[in-house]
Ligand binder design. Structure first.
Ligand code: ATP
Ligand code: MG
Length: 415
């Protein structure tokens, strides 16, 4: 009986030589987790693909769409799985081509891997090709530059047939690139920056600084919505929230007005660095883009960066706002970031922030308050919420203790 399943293509993993099976296994694990809501019966590796099969043997477009969101997936084909019977796979090829949308020309590409099937691929091409020509008499065969290629692949006693495939997000499976702490505001940029490093295989642990108790906690809710939007791709392990309002007030009283923002940012980065150490993360990520706002001049970036030794990754440093906005639409965070919320950055804002900070002045301001004690206190007040869609996340042991305040009322335990 002909079945329907999803064939997952993952070309970039194929480049990884000896690490290949580690990457493939991680992708299989991540797919299992990402597809928990579907009646998946088996996810297996065959001959350069990952195959996702369902209990009812009828994989759907919805399943394919969920697979496409998982980092490491280059393309997904909703394919037919047949036996070795020629009439069965020819009929599947006719169905597959019929579902391929608008096209004028096609070709057949037969392959055989690890099989004792005797028919030569050239003969298979001819056989399937003539069945297709009969069913689609108005379409042309073009072996050099076809609009659609019908693939008929014989592997271990089965034939897999597909014509169309839809692009996935690409990148690498989450969990293959280590862990990062990302600085997440509710703006447009940092959710995109988080998603970008997640797509490159990093397990992401966002940290948000809210203005609480000096502002409402709206920015925290927006950040949770952002993380909820990103989490189904399996990139997010845990969200940390740091109530920062009180300390900002202290900073605003201690340092010259123009240096407030730089000082807030140095504190944020140091907290993120400490968290990274506790989490075993090897870098901190921000959504900065060169020159986008006053605080993102090279002078200011350098003055902030000086506070830490951990690598700070800035995946958007060369991106234009329009590119970032387009990506925010794609990943589903745009509408959330459109809602404005007072966060710690709108609190105690100077009238004229420094745009070209001098390091000696910044360091003088830095020494004018007990920043060590402040970082400790902020770490003690940190709150968090875990996201179970990320199989590669392992929570740190030791110093961080569960805080009393729940970040969200528990929703059916499914997070
Ligand atoms: P975004 O759109 O990400 O808010 P932005 O263009 O508004 O960025 P800034 O406000 O200067 O730029 O922030 C620069 C970066 O600092 C952000 O991309 C983010 O990584 C980090 N950041 C800013 N505010 C916060 C916050 N409240 N909590 C955590 N990180 C923050
Ligand atoms: Mg911002």
């Amino acid at each position: 009986m002909t079945e329907r399943l999803c064939l997952v293509h993952y070309h970039e993993i194929g480049l990884k030589g000896k690490n290949r099976s580690t990457f493939e296994n991680q992708l299989v694990t991540n797919l299992h987790r990402a597809l928990r809501a579907f009646p998946v019966s088996q996810i297996s590796r065959i001959s350069g693909y990952i195959v996702v099969e369902t209990e009812d043997r009828r994989a759907s477009e919805e399943l394919a769409a969920a697979i496409r969101r998982v980092p490491g997936v280059a393309r997904v084909s909703l394919a037919y799985k047949c036996g070795l019977d020629e009439s069965e796979y020819c009929a599947a090829a006719v169905s597959a081509l019929g579902e391929a949308g608008e096209f004028a020309s096609f070709k057949v590409h037969a392959r055989r891997s690890s099989t004792t099937y005797e028919m030569h691929t050239l003969d298979m091409n001819r056989l399937v090709g003539s069945a297709l020509c009969e069913s689609f008499p108005e379409k042309k065969v073009d072996v050099h530059n076809p609009d659609v290629t019908v693939v008929v692949h014989v592997v271990q006693g089965h034939t897999y047939v597909y014509a169309a495939s839809a692009p996935g997000v690409g990148g690498l499976p989450v969990g293959t690139a280590g862990k990062v702490v990302t600085l997440l505001s509710s703006g447009f940029d940092s959710p995109v920056a988080t998603w970008m490093v997640g797509r490159r295989g990093a397990t992401c642990v966002p940290v948000h600084f809210s203005g609480r108790p000096m502002t409402a906690d709206t920015s925290e809710w927006l950040c949770q919505d952002i993380v909820d939007a990103l989490a189904p791709s399996g990139t997010i392990g845990r969200l940390y929230v740091v109530p920062f309002g009180e300390k900002q007030r202290e900073i605003s009283l201690a340092v010259p007005q123009a240096l407030r923002i730089i000082t807030y940012r140095r504190v944020m980065l140091q907290v993120a660095e400490r968290l990274a150490r506790l989490e075993g993360a090897k870098a901190v990520v921000t959504g900065e883009s060169l020159g986008q706002v006053a605080s993102q001049t090279l002078d200011n970036i350098a003055a902030v960066n000086e506070a830490v030794t951990i690598p700070v990754l800035r995946p958007l440093i060369g991106s234009d706002k329009q590119e970032i906005i387009a990506r925010a639409h794609e990943i589903g965070t745009y509408d959330i970031s459109c809602q404005t919320a007072p966060d710690c950055c709108t609190l105690f804002m100077p009238r004229r922030p420094e745009t070209h900070a001098r390091l000696d002045r910044v360091l003088e301001a830095w020494e004018s308050f007990d920043h060590e004690a402040m970082i400790e206190e902020l770490l003690d007040e940190i709150e968090w919420r875990d996201y179970s869609q990320c199989p590669s996340y392992h929570a740190p042991k030791g110093r961080l203790r569960e805080h009393h305040r729940e970040l969200l009322p528990a929703e059916s335990g499914e997070r």
